[in-house]
Write a protein that binds this ligand. Structure first.
Ligand code: PMV
Length: 351
């Protein structure tokens, strides 16, 4: 009857890019200026948990409760996801008139992250991946992770990579309608299960410049960015895919650090410049260099998104050298919170 509430719940993991997405060629469809590659983190540590429901008895239109607070659903990105998913449900309903008309009912989303939102920890990635999956499950859509990645991408670009576990590429594609700009699994987590990530929470505060406006400013004003798109990223993608295939940590680490540096250099090259890293971030970079020098080989790699927090990739066998040294070196640095999250880096469980 009209009181029936239809419901589906899902989780989606965080992913942290080792070759960064930075720049949109189409802001409406979230089409990127370059391909990117990330590692999906364990859902045991960092994830969005989302319930989607709909009912003819719901009044007041669509709604979203994010970490217990009312959030915007009228934004173009959220609307694009809702529209895509409703259209697919409406097609099923048209083909089978016995199905309940869920596509016409208001949607309620309730989502919770178990980590700070908008602190450069890719909360939007897990959030939009979970949103797309939860509504697809609610609507009983026969959607593959690749197809859902096309939808999640329209919510937040990096979200398309959170539909897969393990090592994930987002292929930029070249079609104007974005139908070939989707995620693709490069390797399952089981291919390189020793991978780990250490997250150094420098600040849990909301970031200063949103990724959307940071990207726009970079595309419009940075000369260095043109070089990054034309040659730096294509080279990094090729070396990274080979490093993953061969489980070559030294190569993986070098590309990860170089690509993070390149991304932050383009931000510093915008006018006016954008700085996501702070003094504590830079101390973390020096700490990684010390750890690697002390080990006599590359055991750790840093990367930073659009915020000051560091993510350090390392292999399980080097846990003592990496994690122990970090506490030791950074313990003396003012502003570094000991609130680190140690995370199994990869997950093979596809949400
Ligand atoms: O998905 P967005 O719009 O939040 O952009 C994410 C950008 C970076 O996190 C800095 C890089 C990436 O590839 O995840």
């Amino acid at each position: 009857g009209s009181e029936t509430i239809y419901r589906a719940t899902t989780t989606a993991p965080v992913n942290i890019a080792v070759v960064k997405y930075w720049g949109k060629r189409d802001t409406k469809l979230n089409l990127p200026t370059n391909s990117s590659l990330s590692v999906t983190l364990s859902q045991a540590d960092l994830r969005a948990l989302t319930t989607a429901s709909c009912s003819a008895s719901y009044t007041g239109g669509d709604s979203l409760l994010l970490n217990g607070e009312d959030a915007e659903v009228t934004g173009a990105r959220t609307q694009a996801c809702f529209r895509e998913l409703r259209a697919r449900r409406a097609a099923l309903e048209a083909a089978d008139p016995s199905l309940p008309k869920l596509s016409a009912m208001p949607l309620r989303l309730v989502s919770e992250n178990n980590f700070p939102t908008a602190a450069g920890l890719a909360s939007s990635a897990a959030g939009f991946a979970a949103l797309a999956r939860a509504i697809a499950d609610l609507y009983e859509l026969p959607a593959s992770p690749a197809e859902l990645s096309l939808i999640a991408r329209q919510g937040s670009g990096s979200a398309c990579r959170s539909l897969f576990g393990g090592y994930v590429a987002w292929r930029m594609g070249d079609k104007a309608d974005g139908s070939d700009s989707m995620a693709d699994q490069v390797a399952d987590a089981s291919h390189w299960p020793e991978m780990r990530a250490l997250i150094l929470v420098v600040s849990a505060a909301k970031k200063g410049v949103s990724s959307t406006s940071g990207m726009q400013q970079t595309v419009e004003t940075s000369g260095l960015f043109k070089e990054r798109i034309a040659s730096v990223v294509p080279r990094n993608m090729a070396i990274m895919e080979k490093a993953i295939a061969e489980r070559d940590f030294a190569a993986f680490a070098e590309v990860t650090m170089r690509d993070s540096n390149s991304f932050h250099a383009t931000c510093a090259d915008t006018y006016p410049p954008i700085f996501y890293m702070n003094d504590v971030s830079r101390a973390a970079i020096r700490a990684v260099e010390q750890v690697n020098a002390k080990a006599g080989r590359t055991v750790a790699a840093y990367t930073f998104d659009a915020g000051p927090n560091a993510v350090i990739y390392y292999l399980e066998k080097d846990t003592a050298a990496v994690v122990g040294s970090f506490y030791h070196i950074l313990g003396a640095v003012d502003g570094w919170k000991a609130s680190t999250v140690q995370s199994l880096a990869t997950t093979s469980a596809v949400i």
